[in-house]
Design a protein around this ligand. Sequence first.
Ligand SMILES: Nc1nc2c(c(=O)[nH]1)N[C@@H](CN(C=O)c1ccc(C(=O)N[C@@H](CCC(=O)O)C(=O)O)cc1)CN2
Length: 287
Amino acid sequence: MNPIDEVSFALTLSCPDRPGIVHAVSGALVQAGGNITESQQYGSPRTAGNAGSFFMRVEVLTTAGFDALRRALEPVAETFSMEWELHPVDSAVRTLVMVSKEAHCLNELLFQQRSGTLPIVVPAIVSNHPELAELAAFYGVPFYHVPVSDKVQAEARLREIIAEQNIDLVVLARYMQILSDQLCRELSGRAINIHHSFLPSFKGARPYAQAHARGVKLIGATAHYVTGELDEGPIIEQEVIRVDHAHSAERLAQMGRAVEARTLSQAVRWHAEHRVLMDGHRTVVFD
Ligand SMILES: Nc1nc2c(c(=O)[nH]1)N[C@@H](CN(C=O)c1ccc(C(=O)N[C@@H](CCC(=O)O)C(=O)O)cc1)CN2
């Protein structure tokens, strides 16, 4: 076998839980000439009248190619009523980053992408303010200033950029405008936001001011999928750090920047590696 013809694919699936799923999937992959290099699965708890759901992520190395794997899996997916996806592991996810005035999350994403630790490409950055154009230029990324004086017009321009740049994933990296319900539906499952609090605490605007007023001893960040309900989308990753009474709201915001950047880049990495599966309003993350 010529190693240069070997390609690794990530298979993700979910289906009603029942015996024989792993056996059927692994058998189909082996029949198609695949070599399983990573396999994780999770069965959600059964409840009254609900069999529970089964989730699986498999990485498989093969020279047979995408179509051979797809043909081998289709009958299994039919038998077990699976929702499934098959992606080449090494294809970088085309990611549009949206920002307002805060640079730390954008900087982390661009630095990690440039360093090769984040499997994305960033063909464009969109902002409702001009301030971060210089940072985009430093990384050689086209910067689109799309002011939100008229939200309908702004979102129409955003749709154009998404289509022109063949975008797979939209990341709101401290983008401080609320996306319309319609746009959220169009981007369902492929738009990630970083909220600068440990949700569900302190949704909405100015969470650090809210946290300071509450006298919290922990602050945090939450990366979640974007939905029409503000900051209510399925959570992908969270992190917290300790704070105390002596920290002002401004100091909390300063301390929170590194947490936000780490949380967002981890969530984007897991999404880009096809490690995040949806379980209703919850996520299953195969790290
Ligand atoms: N549809 C969604 N849009 C956005 C979400 C989301 O979850 N669903 N997350 C926000 C980011 N965000 C907190 O993380 C946030 C941004 C802005 C505001 C806000 O109230 N901003 C303005 C109003 C702006 C507008 O009406 O568009 C304000 O300060 O009054 C709250 C939370 C990104 N978008």
